[in-house]
Write a protein that binds this ligand. Sequence first.
Ligand code: OXD
Ligand code: MN
Length: 581
Amino acid sequence: MARYDLEQWVKECAELTQPDSIHWCDGSDEEYRTLIDGMVKDGTLIEMNQKTHPGCYYHRSNPNDVARTEHLTFICSQNKEDVGPNNNWMLPDEAKEKGRAILKGSMRGRKMYVIPYLMGPIGSPYARAGVQVTDSPYVTVNMRIMTRIGTPALEHIRKTGSFVPGLHGLADVNPERRLILHFPEEELIWSIGTGYGGNALLGKKCFALRIGSAIAKKEGWMAEHMLIIGLEDPKGKVHYMAAAFPSASGKTNLAMMVSSLKDQGWKIWTVGDDIAWMNIDKEGQLRAINPEAGFFGVAPGTSVNTNPMAMETIKRNTIYTNVALTKDLQPWWEGIETPPSEGMLDWRGNVWDGKEKAAHPNSRFTAPASQCPMISPEWESPEGVPISAIIFGSRRSSVVPLVMQSYDWDHGVFVGATMGAETTAAQTGAVGVVRRDPMAMLPFCGYNMADYFGHWFEMGKRIKKKPLIFRVNWFRKSADGKFLWPGYGDNIRVLKWILERVQGAENVQDSPIGYIPKTDALDLSGMNMPKETLEEIFRYDKAGWENGLKEIEKFLSTFGDRMPREMWNQYESFKARVQKS
Ligand code: OXD
Ligand code: MN
C-alpha cells in the first residue's frame, strides 16, 4: 500500500480548499450528536418522528445529485491501456489540474472534517484504512454508519503506516463541475461537486471497489461487488456464499432473506449486502470479509413483505435520503405497501400530487449493520467466513434460466464475465437497457477488465478449495410479461440446491450452457408451482443464446489483445456447444 504522511496530506488539502476550520473526527456519540444537531438547525436534516423512528433523520439532496454519475467517474493513470475500455481515463496531472480548479478555495466559510475510517472488522488482517476529508457533515455522519471511523482507524494507520487518502469537496454541487477521480497508482481518491452516497462516501465504491480492486490485483486477493450470506442447514451448520448482482437488483433483499423453508430448518444469516473482500488463507481456503459497517440500501420496493428484516433494521438510527416524508414525519416510498398519506411531501419537498413518484427511485436508507436482526454472529470475525459458492446474478427478463452451475472455475469466470443486466435507477441514464456487466463490476473495476479477468483465472489456480460457481436469474418473465419465479424468500430453494451441489449431490443434468437441476431436484414443497412454469424458467432458448453469441464476442473483443486466452477458449467451447445444440 502507498504511504502518506497524514498530517502533511491534510495540510495540503486545507491549503487547496481553504476551510475556516478543521475537525478531526473521533467517531464518538457526542461528536455525532453535535453534527446532527447542527444539520437539523441549518435544515440539512429534518428530525423524523422520534416515537416511531427514534434516532432517524431525513435528508433531501440536490435534485441534480441523486445517483452515481459514471460518465463523470475517471480512473487516472499514466497509460490509457491500464484502465481499459471499461473506464473513463484521464492523465493524473490533467485530472488534478481540473480538480484543483474546482476545489480551490471551495471550503471557504465551511468546516473541513477529517474522517479516519477502517474498512473491515477491527483487528482483521484483511482490514484497510482510509482517511476522507470532506466539507459535508451529511457525508460525515453517513460515513460513521457505513464504516468504522475514528480511533480504531487511527490505530490501524499507526500500526500499518498506510491508508488510502480521499479528498471530497462539495464545491457548488454542479454537474458541470463534478468529477469522481481515482488514482490507482497513488492509491488516492478525489471526489468533487457531489454529495450522493455512491460518489461521496469514499469508503464504498471508490475505495472498497475501484481502488480496492486495483490493490487486490497487485496483492493477490479480490475486491468484489458481492453480498455475503450464511446458509444454515437443518443440522445447524452454516455455509457461506458470496453473490454478485448488478446495482439495485435485490442484493439487500437476498442478503436479508426470510427463508420460505424455515420450517424445515433452512435459514439465512447476513454478513454483508454489497461488497466482499476475499483472501486466500493458509489452508488455501477463500475467506470473505464485509469491509462495510452499514447498509446503504435502495428504499423503493422495500416492505414488510419483500424485506421485513430491512424494515426492522431501518426503524432507528437511520438516515433517509430522497424518500417521501409524511405529515407526521415518517418515511414513505413506492412499494412500501402502506397507503400514501394526505399532504405528504415528495423527495423534492413539494406536496405530492400523485402524478410523479413520491420517492426518488434511487432513494436510500443508511443504517448500521449491527441493527439487522439476522446479522451473522460471524459478520465481524477478523478472519472472515469461508466461501463455498460464488453466485453471479443476471437481471434478464428472458433467455437466462433460474439457476445453473458452471462446469469448473474457468467456465465460472466466463459465466461471470458475460453476465448481462438490464440497467436500473442506481446510475443516471436510460433504465431497462441490456448491458454486459461482468461480475457486476463494470462501473467499479478500477483497472483494465481484461487484466481483472486474468486475475480471476489466476486466483482459480491459487485457491485450493475452490468455491463452485453458479449463475442465477430471478427476473425471467413469461411471454405476457409476468415474473416466472416469485423470488424473495423462495430463493432459498435455489440456495439449497446450490449447497447440495457443493456437498456433491448428483442432482444435475447437463445443458449446453452448464449444469441445471434435474427435474424434481429443486425443493418446491408448499409452493404450488405449475409444471409448465418451471419448464419455462429452465427452457433452453437456443435462439436467444445464439443471438447473444455475436454480442458477447463483440464485448470480449473490445478488450483486444489484453484479453486472456482462457476467456477466448471458454467462448469457443460455449459457442460450439450452443451451435451443436
Ligand atoms: C450501490 C450501487 O449503491 O451499486 O450499492 O449503486
Ligand atoms: Mn452496489
